[in-house]
Design a protein around this ligand. Sequence first.
Ligand code: DNO
Length: 407
Amino acid sequence: MKQTWRWFGPDHIASMDDLVQSGVEGVVSALHHIPTGDVWSGEEIATRQQIIGRLKNGNPSGLRWDVAESLPVSEDIKKQIGGWREHIANYKTSMENLANAGLEVICYNFMPVLDWTRTDLAWRLPHGGTCMRFDYFDFAAFDLFILKRAGAKDDFPPDVVEEAEKRYRLMSEQAKDELARNITCGLPGAAENFSLEDVRMHLAEYDGISQDRLRANFVDFLEQVIPTAEKLGMRLCCHPDDPPFGLLGLPRIMSTEADYKKIMGAVDVSANGITLCSGSLGARADNDLPGMMRRLGSRVHFLHLRNVQRDEAGNGANFSGSFHESEHLDGATDMVALIAEIVREEASRKAAGRKDHQIPMRPDHGHDILEDLGRTGQPGYPIIGRLRGLAELRGIMQVVTHPEFGI
Ligand code: DNO
């Protein structure tokens, strides 16, 4: 695996000097300042590469930009409205510009409206640090009583509606605002200017777009961009839905192994690959991460390694919907088994002479601990918590690949 680090750009809380000290081998970044749908120009890409390539004192950092995460897919493309054709043409131009700059891997997602969703961005853990949490009852309270979405009541079992109402009644006005702000953090451009009206407007645009329709639109997009990727020697990899189940009545089509198989089979070439995010997929008990790596591994072009702890479901049900982000080695996914599968996949690629036998991975999320607490950065991307996660994952990698004791 190539150990990489997600870096949000020059305003990010960590510098290249910090990254070098953490021991990472590559950088994952994106041109977040360019509006979705516009072209990433060769100049903008080169500027980002230069920044990544230098330490504060001007010496080379030894790091390069390995993965574009995300080259975002516009809402117009997902819905096939407005400027979607032009956005696809621009997407291909951005791919060409990235390829000319030496990048080969592009991560993106096809989630309508919300990229990722949590109800709490700083949930207090027993050790005093914090993590992100998704609480199904709080989410239902937002959907039913704050957003007041038409038809929301039909999407939750009666006991969830009842508990959500109880919680809503006990919430202060401040708690209601904070819940709404947390949930809409994953809305494009809405982190600062969010309004409930914006959310309703975004949701209304998906009225009449079923799962099948969204999947068909996704396949149309892939049929356009994957031949370009093949021509350029690039690998595209779709990130799963996070969380991997339906929210706010929106269609979701990348939540399970079966979903992935449909999309991979629709355009059945290696360039049409996946980002295996163990944290997103791990929020569902029926996603078997080591098994998915074993079965889909040849098309995994990027790895997000993190873990979640799912709440116990009451009343014998197998779905509670609630989870929090756990330590990297402690949670629903057996990280040792997953890493062993990744190492096997890399070995078989190497034996087959595949140039992409070293899969880029990044330690994803982690707990806010020590100096992370109180620092304002990107939610879910603490420096020390991620560094701790990387160190732990690196330990597993060492053992699994050890010539005497490894697999
Ligand atoms: C969350 C991230 C996602 C991911 C996008 C990829 O922390 O993993 O926001 O970057 O879904 O398009």
